[in-house]
Design a protein around this ligand. Structure first.
Ligand SMILES: NC(=O)c1ccc[n+]([C@@H]2O[C@H](COP(=O)([O-])OP(=O)(O)OC[C@H]3O[C@@H](n4cnc5c(N)ncnc54)[C@H](O)[C@@H]3O)[C@@H](O)[C@H]2O)c1
Length: 239
């Protein structure tokens, strides 16, 4: 083990960024617990549990067995697209319930175990879309802006309990979420690439590597901050 991260919980650990984060912490020698809707596709060495983060009672029940937790990484999330005038209530609520309420329920439920660590850390997956949105993203952009605001409040409320809170905002990352949108024509790869100065999507492992680094000794004074990993997309405002 390169540094003493001992117990890590990753939500959304069955796919994409969450799966890569869980695998990266296993590679660091951590004990990694994963929560997801399904436990089918766990990375090797991750203890998976089926938890629906939208269900506060289930989240609290699952967290009750955690005696101590050093790092909570909230990766579980969904996206829905739709023009703001027509977006269904179901699509609005699904995204807010998962990305914002679900993230909050996990942070709240893990509070006691993170406090027991004495050096607890929460990392919430936001998105560059929280600050630079696009058409048809009402629920997703609002949920991720909410995650940024929530992270700041957690950084204040939890600091006296030895718990810090950070956000990570990836740009487009090649995961199942993005592959589904590309396949369905909701995203156009050439148009995406034209906006990304690095000329490619991120790999889940790159986001995971940054998250492991943020949980390490070099970032102990970081609290309440958002770390943007978008290949320069947010800087790319003028044609
Ligand atoms: N992929 C991107 O381009 C990108 C960019 C910025 C931010 N993000 C954010 O990163 C996070 C991970 O995204 P991803 O691309 O890896 O997506 P993904 O679809 O590959 O994985 C998301 C995981 O979350 C799980 N999940 C969804 N709802 C859940 C629930 N109610 N309870 C428990 N688990 C649930 C899914 O089952 C899935 O395994 C999300 O919060 C997403 O918004 C992704």
């Amino acid at each position: 083990m390169k540094y003493p991260i001992r117990r890590v919980l990753v939500t959304g650990a069955a796919s994409g960024i969450g799966r890569a984060v869980a695998a990266a912490f296993v590679a660091e020698g951590a004990q990694v617990l994963g929560w997801d809707l399904s436990t089918d596709d766990a990375a090797q060495g991750v203890a998976m549990h089926a938890v629906d983060i939208r269900d506060r009672a289930s989240v609290q029940a699952a967290a009750a067995s955690l005696e101590r937790l050093d790092v909570l990484v909230n990766c579980a999330g969904i996206a829905r697209r739709g023009h703001a005038a027509q977006l269904s209530e179901a699509d609005w609520r699904a995204v807010i319930d998962t990305n914002l309420s679900g993230t909050f329920f996990c942070c709240q439920a893990a509070f006691a175990a993170l406090a027991a660590s004495g050096d607890g850390l929460i990392i919430n997956l936001a998105s560059f879309v929280a600050q630079r949105s696009g058409p048809g993203r009402a629920s997703y952009a609002a949920s991720k802006a909410g995650v940024l605001a929530l992270t700041e409040v957690l950084a204040l409320d939890f600091a006296e309990h030895g718990i810090r809170a950070l956000a990570v905002s990836p740009g487009y990352t090649r995961t199942a979420m993005v592959e589904r949108a590309l396949a369905a024509g909701r995203l156009d790869e050439q148009r995406l690439l034209a906006k990304i100065p690095l000329g490619r999507l991120a790999r889940p492992e790159e986001i995971a590597g940054a998250i492991v680094a943020l949980a390490g000794p070099a970032f102990k004074y970081a609290n309440g901050s958002d770390f943007v990993l978008d290949g320069g997309t947010m800087a790319n405002g003028v044609e």
